[in-house]
Design a protein around this ligand. Structure first.
Ligand code: PRP
Ligand code: URA
Length: 211
């Protein structure tokens, strides 16, 4: 429906965990744990194309050439704040990944994103990138984050979100048709304040308990 670069999870565990997160009565502790768990599950899909090589090993029974990761250099880039909640889920799947941070907030009136922080590993241009953020709403933050990574020389970029709005998917695929999007779910629409409906509310506030 959205083209081959948009991957929407169709796994019952993701759907189930997202429903718990959407419930406004879910505690900060549970919400935070679920962000991490779903992050891990989506990483499983987002790393499906990692290249393999073979390694010669000795099992208790015989010698054998067996598959092993080809050792591609990898970085996870959370969009602060809310993206921080997804980092440990990615790192549990890809423990050797480096972490770059991009700080961004959406102006609540204009919905335009503003970059306030950017700290990346030195060799970021040589790494495959997964940008992580729980919410893809208007798409402004994700488009800007991808712009920043491309300015730094990154070429192989993926975007991982828990909940996307159709408007955000359209914005990212139009601005960056080379970027794969991995989403836990695609919701109905944005409301007049740029919130995803039905959504899960303000992801940053729910992860960090700031409201
Ligand atoms: C939220 C969310 C995304 C952005 C999505 O962050 O985590 O970064 O909004 O909206 P967009 O697609 O319309 O740009 P927010 O600006 O609320 O900052 P926070 O993470 O510090 O809470
Ligand atoms: N940011 C959020 O945290 N939630 C939304 O629904 C939209 C943007």
């Amino acid at each position: 429906m959205y083209g081959e670069r948009v991957h929407v999870m169709d796994h019952p565990l993701v759907a189930h965990k997202l429903t718990i997160m959407r419930d406004k009565n879910t505690s900060v502790k549970d919400f935070r744990e679920l962000v991490s768990e779903i992050g891990m599950l989506i990483t499983y899909e987002a790393t499906r194309d990692l290249p393999l090589t073979t390694k010669h090993i000795e099992t208790p029974l015989c010698e054998a050439d067996m598959p092993t990761l080809a050792g591609k250099k990898f970085a996870v880039v959370p969009i602060l704040r809310a993206g921080l909640g997804l980092v440990d889920g990615v790192l549990r799947m890809v423990p050797s990944a480096r972490v770059g941070h991009i700080g961004m907030y959406r102006d609540e009136e204009t919905l335009i994103p503003h970059v306030y922080f950017c700290k990346m590993p030195k060799d970021i241009a040589d790494r495959d990138i997964i940008i992580v953020d729980p919410m893809l709403a208007t798409g402004g933050s994700a488009v800007e984050a991808i712009d920043e990574m491309k300015k730094l020389g990154c070429r192989n970029i993926k975007l991982m979100v828990l909940v996307a709005a159709p408007e955000g998917i359209k914005a990212v695929t139009e601005a960056h048709p080379d970027v794969d999007i991995y989403a836990g779910a695609v919701d109905s629409h944005l409301n007049e304040r740029g919130y995803i409906v039905p959504g899960l509310g303000d992801a940053g506030d729910r992860i960090f308990g700031t409201k």
